[in-house]
Design a protein around this ligand. Structure first.
Ligand SMILES: [Zn+2]
Length: 236
């Protein structure tokens, strides 16, 4: 699979050949930032973790250069922070037994540039290589502009696929941002985030219009996860 940025990486936790590793993906999560997937796509990660036949594939679109830094990271340069975030995401893929973890490494400004089609083309290549049954990505009503800069090309890439190659379900997930650390820790300790999200799944009529062309039966659902405090403070 050819990706546009030379700095993009495809990490296969169990060392399988790349094409084989991608072809086994059944659930694909596509997020803007490192760690977005572990909150918003936890439902798919967990489902695949306990399955012998289903595999989660992760895609992180941006490079982490805008991550806020404090404490031990206070004096880190953008480049050092990017290396930390990339390594963290690899570790998450190992712990979560992902089939593959793709880090596209786009600066947020490039992802937001609607005249630049490279992100959309990379996402299409990933969809071609994985043919997922289920896709998790950001919610089109998300207030974070980089999340929107990702969900739009995701939808465009899906709609560019032949109908019989489109996923059966596309989930628009949301990371809540108004919770205190204490409440977040409490929520994390009591329930897996996307089990809660799944229980509150609701039809998202606006997005259904956009995603109508997916293979029938198609579903678009909107998930709200009540478990995070870091998304707006860590990323740009
Ligand atoms: Zn994010």
């Amino acid at each position: 699979m050819k990706l546009h940025l030379p700095s993009a990486e495809i990490f296969i936790p169990d060392g399988r050949p790349v094409a084989d590793a991608l072809a086994r993906v059944t659930h694909l999560g596509i997020g803007a930032h490192q760690d977005d997937l572990e909150f918003m796509a936890f439902h798919g990660i967990l489902q695949c973790f306990h399955s012998d036949s289903e595999w989660f594939g992760g895609v992180t679109c941006t490079n982490g250069s805008g991550s806020a830094r404090s404490g031990p990271y206070a004096n880190f340069s953008d480049e050092e922070m990017m290396a930390v975030r990339r390594k963290e995401q690899r570790h998450a893929a190992i712990v979560g037994r992902y089939a593959a973890m793709v880090q596209l490494d786009y600066p947020s400004a490039v992802a937001k540039d609607t005249a630049d089609s490279r992100l959309r083309a990379d996402l299409r290549a990933i969809l071609d290589a994985t043919r997922p049954r289920v896709v998790y990505t950001h919610n089109p009503a998300d207030k974070h502009d980089t999340h929107i800069a990702v969900v739009v090309p995701v939808i465009q890439a899906i709609r560019s696929l032949p109908r019989n190659q489109r996923p059966e379900a596309v989930h628009g997930c949301e990371r809540s941002t108004g919770f205190s650390t204490a409440r977040s820790a409490e929520a994390n300790a009591t329930i897996s985030p996307c089990w809660a999200a799944a229980a509150r799944t609701r039809h998202f009529s606006k997005a259904t219009v956009s995603i109508k062309a997916t293979r029938s039966p198609s579903r678009w659902t909107s998930h709200r996860s009540h478990t995070t405090t870091r998304s707006t403070s860590w990323n740009s």
